[in-house]
Design a protein around this ligand. Structure first.
Ligand SMILES: [Cu+2]
Length: 197
């Protein structure tokens, strides 16, 4: 009788431990809100029918190493997470846009719910002529990031802004892909922001 109870208790503890670990990992990370990202547009209610991303815009986390590694083409904006596939959906090119000026300085902003040690922040932008009714692919992006902010394994503050120059010569609709690479895990966070020049 006693032995049986002890065994059941161990099993219960094991399950609880796994659950706690899962919640801690999924619950707290970060997203961009300037220019506003698709996940934030879903979280603040501007865009509806977004699925579960509306409850956790900070959780778009996938493998790091973009563009050599990282999420597959067509799944970049969701970091390859099927539960956030709505972020990859171009919605017929109807995502709300932030107006930017090509060649001008801009202040990019992240909001963090967990201040992970950081390798760097990188920002990519689509080529002129990008079709906003298509899912994002590597081929649609300029191959080099237009802004890289090294962070030397430091922890960012809860809100972090850094300025960079928007590439000159951009016209029409574009997508900016922000990538926050974590220093002490195998992961990075991805955020797609629709913009217009
Ligand atoms: Cu995190």
């Amino acid at each position: 009788m006693r032995k049986k109870s002890a065994g059941a208790a161990v099993v219960a503890l094991g399950v609880a431990g796994v659950t706690l670990l899962g919640t801690g990992t999924a619950g707290s990370h970060g997203y961009t809100d300037s220019p506003i990202s698709r996940q934030k547009l879903c979280a603040n209610g501007t865009v509806t029918n977004c699925g579960s991303i509306q409850w956790e815009p900070q959780s778009v986390e996938g493998p790091k190493g973009f563009p050599a590694a990282g999420p597959a083409d067509g799944k970049i904006c969701s970091a390859g997470l099927s539960q956030f596939a709505q972020l990859d959906d171009p919605r017929g090119g109807a995502w709300p846009t932030t107006q930017l000026t090509a060649g001008q300085s801009y202040s990019f902003r992240w909001q963090f719910t967990a201040r992970h040690r950081t390798t760097d922040f990188k920002y990519y932008i689509t080529k002129n002529g990008w079709d906003p009714s298509q899912k994002l692919t590597r081929a649609a992006l300029d191959p080099q990031p237009f802004l890289t902010v090294p962070y030397n394994n430091q922890q960012p503050p809860a809100t972090l802004s850094h300025s960079g120059t928007i590439p000159a010569g951009k016209t029409g609709r574009h997508l900016i892909l922000a990538v926050w690479t974590i220093a002490d895990t195998a992961n990075a966070f991805y955020a797609c922001s629709d913009v217009k020049f």
